[in-house]
Each structure stands twice: as C-alpha cells, then as structure tokens.
Design a protein around this ligand. Structure first.
Ligand code: AMP
Length: 287
C-alpha cells in the first residue's frame, strides 16, 4: 500500500491503473478506523481492481463549536489497518492541498440537507458534498462506498451524483455495530464508561420502534411520543432529534407507510451520537 499525500501523485497512479483497465473503488473517510470503515474497504476491494481510501478530517464540514481539533487521529494504526484489508492507496492530503489559498467553490444540495443533521450543523453538508465531489474528481472512481450509519449523508451524495451527472456508482453499506448494538463510530472513544453504557439507548430505541411497528403502530406522532418517553428513562442521554421520515425524501410522515427511516441524534455529555434504521412497510401501511 502506498500512502499518497499529493493530489497530482494520486492522479498519476490512477491514470496508470486506468490505462490497463483497472476499475477503481473509493472509500472516503476521516480516519480513526473501526470495523465500520473496514467493512466499506472490504466491499470496495471485492468489487474493484484498485481501492483508494481517503483519510481527511475535512475542516469545511465542522462548525466553529465542533470537534475539528480534538477529532481522534492515529495515522500509523490506520495505515496498518488499511494495508491489512489490501487497500492500494491511502490518500492523506494536508488541508492546504485540498483547500489552497484562494479556495472559494462549494457544492450545495438544497432540500435533503434541510432537516436532521443539516438543521443542527449549518454548513455541514455543504462541506461534505464539496469534499466528496473534489475526491470524486481527483480519483474518478467507478464506485464509491458510504455507510448507512450516516443516512442523510448517503442520500445527499447519491443526489449530488445524479444531479451533477457524475460517472460514479454510489453504494450504501450496512451499519456495523458492537455486539451490544452500539453503532461503531470514531466518536465513541470520547465516551466515559457510564456514557458508553447509556449510549445503548440509541439502538434500543430503534429496536423498540421495530417492535411497535410490527405490533401495528402506524401513527408517526404516537410512535415518536413512545420513543421519547423511553429515551427519558436514560438520564445521561439528551435528545437532539428523533425523526420519523420517508427514507428517500427525508420528509416527515404522519402515517407510516412504504420505506420509512427513523433517524436520531442523542447527546451524552458533549458527545453527539447518531443512529438510524430503515423499516419496510407495504405501501398501504401493512408490515
Ligand atoms: P467517517 O470517518 O466517520 O467520516 O466515516 C467514513 C465512512 O464510514 C462514512 O461513509 C460512514 O458512513 C462510514 N461508517 C462510519 N461508521 C460506520 C458504521 N458503524 N458502519 C458502517 N459504516 C460506517
């Protein structure tokens, strides 16, 4: 595996690979790898001839009060993990390489970014869409891989790829969880042991929603009320959002039907965790 820091060097390596017909897979990340990241890399490896993993803590997607500076980093560990999966190129650009002096161009996906994390983190998806489009232009991948853990992000990137006629297939990959249900996240490292235990409330809520839907609940407001009550039983957790929405448009629902998404963000101390699950109901509302 080659660690590449310069855009021009990566473009050259990819150009050479494409000359001999190699299909290129891209996995964009912010590093501090866990099994969720590795699952994306494995899939990219299985479906392509060459795999690029980008590791870039993208400053334009962090708000001024957010954890850009304290975001966990461990390049040596990440390097070894990516190599163990068989990644070909680990792209680790400096901020000035991606955003040199004079940089002023941004991408906005307008509707899908209005709610959920987009509402709580102004400018976040503008930064995400911009850096991902830059990575797509640098790597020109045949396929790119994103986790369903970041459900809104996945929809935003898919929309951008359609709207801007990008020649890349955007794939969503299932959420990888700890044995006890907690979705893997680089930010889990911030949790105290008590908060780590309390963080189970996220997956518990999604499971409870599944049970209630299976038992016939079809009213979004009453489902939400029940879930918010359950959340209140965990004193260390505070609700940021809990949305019951159409999985494709992310628009709020009154009645549950079709493919629905329950997306939540919960704070444990200063740490904000997100999780989500898709529930498949018949168009008329039956399970
Ligand atoms: P990040 O480094 O947190 O920006 O994540 C990089 C990619 O890994 C994104 O596409 C995430 O959605 C994905 N990812 C993060 N956590 C998980 C997880 N637990 N399961 C699957 N994919 C994940």
């Amino acid at each position: 595996m080659i660690v590449v820091k310069r855009i021009e060097e990566l473009k050259q390596l990819i150009w050479e690979a494409k000359q001999v017909g190699a299909r290129i897979g891209l996995v964009p990340t912010m590093g501090y790898f866990h099994a969720g990241h590795l699952s994306l890399m494995h899939r990219a490896k299985a479906e392509n001839d060459r795999v690029v993993v980008s590791l870039f803590v993208n400053p334009t997607q962090f708000g001024p009060q957010e954890d850009l500076l304290s975001y966990p980093r461990d390049l040596e560990r990440d390097r070894a993990l990516a190599e163990s999966v068989g990644v070909d190129w680990l792209f680790v650009p400096e901020v000035a390489e991606m955003y040199p002096a004079g940089y002023q161009t941004f991408v906005e996906v307008t509707e899908l970014t209005k709610g959920l994390c987009g509402a709580r983190r102004p400018g976040h998806f503008r930064g995400v869409a911009t850096v991902v489009l830059k990575l797509f232009n640098i790597v020109a991948p045949d396929q790119a891989y994103f986790g369903e853990k970041d459900a809104q992000q996945l929809r935003v990137i898919k929309r951008m790829a359609v709207d801007l006629n990008l020649n890349v297939k955007v794939n969503g990959c299932p959420i990888v969880r700890e044995a006890d249900g907690l979705a893997l996240s680089s930010r889990n490292i911030y949790l105290t042991p008590e908060q780590r235990q309390a963080a189970l409330i996220l997956s518990r809520l999604l499971n409870e929603a599944g049970r209630l839907i299976e038992a016939g609940e079809r009213d979004a407001q009453s489902l939400r009320r029940r879930l918010v009550q359950t959340l209140a039983t965990e004193p260390l957790a505070t609700l940021d959002y809990l949305e019951i929405i159409a999985s494709d448009t992310l628009q709020p629902l009154t009645r549950l039907q079709g493919e629905i998404l329950i997306a939540l963000a919960v704070k444990l101390g200063a740490t904000r965790l997100i999780d989500n699950r898709v529930y498949q109901l018949a168009p008329g509302g039956e399970c």
